[in-house]
Design a protein around this ligand. Structure first.
Ligand SMILES: Nc1nc2c(ncn2[C@@H]2O[C@H](COP(=O)(O)OP(=O)(O)OP(=O)(O)O)[C@@H](O)[C@H]2O)c(=O)[nH]1
Length: 936
């Protein structure tokens, strides 16, 4: 119970309590209100401390109330008022420790704790206010009523504990809450180091009352514990993998997930509907954009040079990847895992300079992903810097082109990072001007003031307060010119971020009075401002996460719609039939082989024989033409003297000869038995016959000596070549010209390899038959028919020619005479030819019917094997994909299937995030802080 006297003393002392404890309380209360105030700007503009400055009063950002941050919040909630009074803080330090234990409980339970935390604070504040007064009174009122005051203090303490216990009792073990009292009362030594916010009273234990000494001792312990807890907490914070860049919601890595969704969406669609927000970096040339980006990434990787080296947007995806050596990927170029950042810089420079100088800028983006344990999860787009006026060697419209490019990127939902140099008047900043056009309130614009070291710190801090050009997301001041980089243990350069932050710590630390001024008693003093690359990184993560979370529903709906459309098309067009690049390649090879085999099956012996015959027919005709038809003795009429009758006689003689069948073997026909002495006609006939025989021999020689083996082998090889050509110029190989060419080369190679060998084999096979031809009657008959048909064909051609001549000469008697003459000639000619043909035909026929011509060229067995080994096993995954996509029908099929799959994948991920959000919101109830209680 608090006595009436003590209550009035408290009221009195409350008014007079030390400025610091009062201001501490006010400050804390203000922080708390800020924290809970749902107004946008308060949420958007957390107050940051300058690096290297002790954490005195730190406002807690709304979103910082995530699960992981909760115990810290509770600790802070307790710490401030306790430090102000200095009594009982040990107990609260213990409470803090105990609450830390709670952190390890389930998330549901933690959410409850979070909800209850505010109540604890309320009751703690209420309880501590009178207690503060009491303590103040005790210290400030002449030490006389020390005992009473101490009693009062004790009462206040126990009342505080009771209140805490009552509040937290519902959560867990009341024992430890009860034990808080004893913990708070136990003595300890003051280490003398106190927080700035600590009441002066604690270090000035003046007075003679033991109670005061006890109170002071208690205060010392409390402060020590509170300080220890704070140090612990800071240490813990520092030990985290990325020091200052770990997202507060790392428990769920929301940004990481959304970035991965964004990357998937980017790979299937460039339309605006499926875009998650990104941070777009704009600013004048030399404003320090590259330096800021490199300070964030911790590596030098951006193109450098005077000749406007940033000509294309660089879409940078940073992926926080613990325990890896930093590396970069250019996914569009299929260049992966590049660990040398100077190589990345070189590639970026080349890609930028690939835009011709006369064009100067292009809106075709370069995609670069950087994986590192030192980067936060962020997506940033670097754009060419605004210029005031084009150089003499640049196109005049360049200024407008750069503006248009930036305009395109700073549209919603992107976040604008407007980079301005501190030494250039903000009124002249094209970045701010451009952002104001699309975002007048600056709700999605964060200002970055670079080169803070180049202006007077007071002036710099004034710029950061943003009174002249207010921005919803505020300004962050940086000095991105790094300090000299230290050498690491392994001789490597210090991380750029660390070097920059060291420089910033030096600069901002030395000018704390400007960047992190002491709060004034009336609370109207200058507030601290956001400074440092660390702060910028955190701020960017917060803003991006908030923005992405805000886009979650819109993007989920858009993805859902796209997915429905893609599924519908997939059903209608492909009946939900799935394919893969690999299956297409396998099918194509099967088709090739099957087609080859089916064509090769046509190369049966009879079929080949038929082709060889045709070839020889052609040859026979050629031989006839060369040997007979163009014979001058024929055309001069010399042979005409040989009357048909004589010929008939000669033929009769020949027919009567028993050696007729072997006559063609080269022996001259013997005169018929009993023929007696030779008749003149017979003699004449003999002469003529010798001539004819010579001709026949010559014809036969021409046929056989020309190399039937080689010709027939060539014939088959040509057939196979034509077959391959046919295969590769039809579906599906017509879509793969490079591979078709490879197949042609391959098969021609195989043919070349075996051609000589095969033709030698054929030659050898037919050799025995060349001079010993056997013809049976059936073959003879067939041969004759064939010969007649062939000859008739020739005659047909000749008739055509005669008709042409007739047409030219005209009709009438003259023509009739001529015709009679020609007919007579024709008739004779025909007979002669028939005879000649018969003999020649027989020879060739015998050759053509050789049964041993090997038609099985090795190609048919080698080819399918070679296709497998040289065309398929050679291909890696990317080549298989590339091959399949060369076929437009397959590409469309794969694209749609891919799109559908990726949309499904995104939808699942988005849905889980949406559900999480719902859960998180319902758990948080009235509080909008936490996971998605974001900034937007
Ligand atoms: N003193 C000082 N110089 C800086 C700071 N930041 C960047 N610079 C220098 O300013 C110059 C331009 O910086 P960049 O980062 O290349 O600027 P940019 O905007 O990327 O330039 P462009 O790519 O040409 O548009 C460089 O010489 C930097 O060293 C800083 O904080 N302080």
């Amino acid at each position: 119970m608090i006595s009436v006297a003590a209550a009035s003393a408290r009221r009195r002392v409350l008014k007079q309590s030390t400025a610091q404890s009062n201001s501490a309380l006010q400050m804390y209360t203000r922080s708390y209100k800020t924290m809970h105030k749902p107004t946008l700007l308060n949420a958007l503009r957390p107050r940051m401390r300058a690096p290297n400055t002790p954490r005195v009063w730190r406002s807690v950002h709304v979103r910082a109330l995530s699960y992981s941050a909760l115990p810290r919040f509770v600790a802070r909630a307790f710490r401030v008022p306790i430090a102000g009074v200095g009594v009982g803080a040990g107990a609260f330090g213990y409470a803090n420790y105990k609450l830390d234990e709670l952190r390890r409980q389930t998330s549901t339970f933690l959410t409850d704790v979070q909800d209850t935390a505010a109540d604890i604070y309320d009751s703690a504040s209420e309880t501590l206010s009178p207690f503060l007064s009491t303590a103040g009174s005790a210290l400030g009122s002449f030490r006389k009523s020390a005992k009473g005051t101490i009693d009062s203090a004790k009462e206040g303490v126990s009342s505080t504990y009771d209140s805490l216990a009552a509040t937290v009792q519902g959560l867990e073990a009341p024992e430890w809450l009860k034990s808080l009292g004893s913990g708070g009362k136990s003595g300890g030594s003051d280490d003398g180091s106190g927080d700035k916010g600590k009441s002066k009273g604690d270090s000035e234990p003046e007075g003679d009352g033991k109670g005061v000494a006890v109170a002071a001792a208690a205060l010392g312990t409390a402060t020590a514990r509170s300080k220890a807890a704070q140090d612990n907490e800071e240490e813990e914070e520092e030990k985290k993998p990325t020091v200052d860049n770990l997202p507060p919601t790392d428990l769920l890595s929301l940004t990481k997930k959304l970035i991965s969704i964004r990357t998937i969406l980017q790979s299937i669609d460039q339309s605006d509907t499926l875009k998650l927000p990104s941070i777009v970096v704009i600013g004048s040339q030399s404003s320090g954009k590259s330096s800021v980006l490199e300070a964030i990434v911790g590596k030098e990787f951006l193109p450098k040079g005077n000749n406007m080296v940033t000509r294309r947007p660089i879409e940078l995806t940073l992926v926080h990847t613990p325990h890896t050596e930093p590396y970069g990927d250019f996914p569009d170029l299929n260049m992966r895992h590049i660990t040398s950042f100077s190589s990345i810089q070189k590639i970026l420079t080349d890609l930028n300079l690939s835009v011709p100088a006369e064009k100067c800028v292009s809106d075709d983006p370069i995609h670069l992903h950087i994986y590192s344990p030192n980067v936060p999860d962020l997506t940033l787009i670097d754009l060419p810097g605004y210029i005031q006026i084009a150089n003499i060697d640049q196109p005049e419209e360049l200024k407008g082109r750069i503006e248009a490019l930036c305009e395109k990127y700073i549209k919603e939902p992107n976040i604008v990072l407007a980079v301005c140099a501190a030494d250039v008047d903000l009124a002249n900043s094209p970045a701010l001007r451009a952002s104001r056009r699309v975002d007048p309130l600056g709700l999605r614009t964060l200002g970055v003031i670079t080169k803070m070291d180049l202006v007077d710190p007071g002036m710099g801090a004034e710029i950061l307060r943003g009174n002249r050009y207010p921005l919803g997301l505020g300004y962050v001041g940086v000095v991105t010119k790094p300090a000299d980089r230290k050498r690491g243990r392994r001789g490597d350069d210090e991380n750029l971020t660390d070097a920059v932050m060291r420089r910033e710590e030096g600069f901002f630390g030395a000018n704390q009075e400007h960047f992190n001024p002491e709060p004034t008693a009336d609370g109207k003093g200058k507030s601290s401002v956001m400074v440092g690359t660390g702060t910028l990184r955190r701020r960017l993560m917060e803003v991006l996460e908030g923005s992405m979370a805000g886009s979650l529903h819109t993007i989920s709906n858009a993805v859902q719609l796209e997915l429905e459309e893609a599924s519908y098309q997939f059903k209608v067009m492909y009946n939900d039939r799935r394919i893969s690049a690999e299956s297409y390649v396998a099918e194509t090879v099967d088709t090739l082989k099957a087609r080859f085999n089916s064509y090769a099956a046509q190369f049966t012996k009879p079929a080949v024989r038929e082709r060889v015959k045709e070839m020889l027919d052609e040859k026979v005709m050629g031989v006839l033409e060369a040997i007979y038809w163009s014979d001058k003795r024929l055309s001069s009429g010399e042979l005409n003297a040989l009357a048909v009758g004589d010929l008939k006689k000669a033929l009769a003689l020949e027919a009567a000869s028993p050696a007729s069948s072997s006559w063609f073997g080269g022996k001259a026909p013997e005169p018929a038995k009993g023929a007696g002495k030779e008749l003149p006609a017979q003699r004449e006939l003999k002469d003529v016959e010798t001539y004819w025989r010579y001709k026949l021999e010559a014809a036969s020689g021409l046929l056989t000596k020309s190399g039937v083996g080689r010709d027939s082998t060539n014939l088959v090889a040509d057939g196979l070549r034509a077959l391959i050509d046919n295969i590769v110029t039809t579906e599906p190989m017509n879509h793969h010209p490079a591979y078709a060419e490879r197949i042609v080369q391959l098969s021609h190679g195989i043919l070349r390899q075996y051609l000589t060998l095969t033709s030698d084999q054929v030659e050898n096979a037919i050799k025995p038959f060349k001079h010993d031809v056997d013809v049976d009657l059936r073959e003879w008959g067939i041969g004759q028919e064939k010969s007649v048909a062939l000859f008739e064909k020739e005659i047909g051609m000749l008739e055509g020619r005669i008709a042409e001549i007739k047409g030219r000469i005209g009709g009438g008697r003259r023509l009739r005479t001529l015709m009679d003459y020609v007919r007579g000639r024709e008739k004779r000619e025909e007979e002669r030819k028939r005879e000649a043909l018969r003999t020649a035909r027989l020879r060739y026929w015998k050759l053509a019917t050789l049964s041993s011509i090997p038609t099985d060229l090795p190609l048919s067995s080698y080819f399918p094997r070679e296709i497998d080994s040289r065309l398929i096993y050679d291909l890696d995954r990317t080549e298989v994909q590339k091959f399949a996509r060369e076929n437009p029908a397959i590409r469309r099929h794969l694209d749609l299937q891919d799109r559908k799959d990726k949309l499904e994948q995104c939808m699942v991920q988005l849905q889980s995030l949406v559900n999480l959000r719902k859960d998180s919101q319902s758990n948080q109830g009235r509080k909008q802080s936490g996971l998605f209680g974001g900034i937007f």
